[in-house]
Design a protein. Structure first.
Length: 402
């Protein structure tokens, strides 16, 4: 079985260089280096990483790693390089050790006679159903380079879309966390100082002040309970969201939210149309396309709507009517899809809808950011200002009495 060797040598200009090479033996490495006009100085086996079999300590394969792999693979196939040679080059040049190991296994599987798509299917966390099915279509049609180019372009656009949405959510999330921390510090450390001072006063405290003092007493008395609730909330929410019933309820709830729901709906439409267009233009059947698009939609309400479309098409109906009946997709989208179906250019029409909704998502993210910023400032002002004013009310009352 091939092993990895570390080598040091000199190039034709006499410059010292080093690298690593996979081979059966050290002698094979020396021969390979000499063919490349490199004079070997030292060749030794690469020491094994004692942590390489502990999966959670290994770096994850990022989406960008797969995008670059697809783009480079497409270029090499288009240049006429054999599949195995492409895999060998990309495996050797890969910096991510986790992805490097996966590519090695893919290469071994292809060498043993499996198709490229079947070899990729063994790693669903890295190569999803969409990727595998499109590669299978590319292999069957002899257009693997075109398919990989479309895949990388598709993944780049999806990554850009995801980045926009995440960027819109960062500001409110950070603001809420800061507000929680500031309120907790005030309730636990600052307000007790005022409480001691108010204890010397014989008069009853104003209602807002008494409410804040009671909140402070509860926060100090049950601080471990509140701390545990803050820590456990994301874990419990994640568990509920990943359950079948919880996911259905929460996804439906998110779609109905006033501003955020509009953004989620536009993202869902952009993702659905982009994915469906890419798959249909690559030769994947419409039923297989809808099945995969439904499972990768990321929203249960959207998934059920797409599966209804699949059932309708299997019964001989058009694609546009079930989409309109679902209530998830806008009527304009359904009308454009109907036109695409009638003209026989559904993939092109879906691509145009995706481009349009990419711009719509940009605008929705901008509107959301503009709306959130003043809202968050008011939110912080009311919470922090309310606490401060409540604590100073007795002092103002005393000053008024004097």
């Amino acid at each position: 079985m091939p092993e990895v060797f570390l080598w040091t040598g000199k190039n034709p200009k006499g410059r010292k260089i080093k690298g690593e090479l996979e081979a059966e033996s050290a002698d094979q490495v020396r021969v390979s280096l000499q063919r490349r006009r490199i004079t070997p100085i030292r060749v030794k086996k690469k020491p094994k990483d004692i942590l390489e079999n502990i999966s959670f300590l290994q770096p994850p394969v990022k989406e960008n790693d797969v995008i670059i792999f697809s783009r480079q693979f497409s270029t090499m196939i288009d240049a006429g390089l054999p599949l195995l040679q492409c895999l060998d080059i990309l495996h050797t040049q890969q910096d991510n050790p986790t992805f490097k190991k996966i590519l090695k296994q893919v290469k071994i599987s292809v060498e043993s006679g499996e198709t490229f798509a079947d070899a990729l299917k063994k790693f669903p966390k890295v190569f999803n159903e969409l990727f595998v099915n499109m590669v299978a279509a590319g292999e069957a049609g002899g257009i693997l380079d075109v398919i990989l180019s479309r895949l990388s372009a598709y993944m780049e656009k999806m990554a850009k879309l995801k980045k926009k949405v995440k960027g819109a959510m960062i500001y409110p999330a950070v603001t809420i966390i800061i507000a929680i921390v500031v309120v907790a510090v005030l309730l636990v450390f600052v307000i007790p100082v005022f409480t001691e001072m108010f204890a010397t006063m014989e008069k009853a405290l104003p209602a807002p002040t008494q409410f804040v003092v009671s909140m402070s007493d509860a926060a100090i008395k049950y601080k471990w309970f509140f701390l545990g609730a803050v820590v456990l909330f994301p874990i419990i929410f994640r568990k509920i969201y990943h359950s079948e019933k919880g996911r259905i309820v929460l996804d439906d709830f998110f779609l109905k939210l006033p501003v955020l729901g509009i953004l989620i709906r536009k993202v869902a439409v952009a993702k659905f149309t982009r994915t469906a267009s890419t798959m249909l233009s690559s030769g994947v059947s419409i039923l297989d396309t809808l099945d995969i698009v439904a499972r990768t939609s990321g929203n249960k309400s959207v998934e059920f709507a797409i599966l209804d479309v699949k059932s309708g098409i299997a019964e001989g109906r058009s694609m546009a009517d079930p989409l309109l009946e679902s209530g998830v997709f806008p009527s304009m989208v359904c009308s454009m899809i109907a036109v695409g179906e009638s003209t026989g250019a559904l993939d092109i029409m879906l691509s145009k809808i995706a481009d349009f909704y990419d711009d719509e998502v940009d605008q929705a993210v901008g509107n959301l950011t503009e709306l959130i910023e003043p809202f968050m400032l008011v939110f912080l002002g009311v919470i922090i200002g309310g606490l401060v004013i409540s604590m100073y009310l007795p002092i103002f009352k005393m000053a008024g009495g004097l």
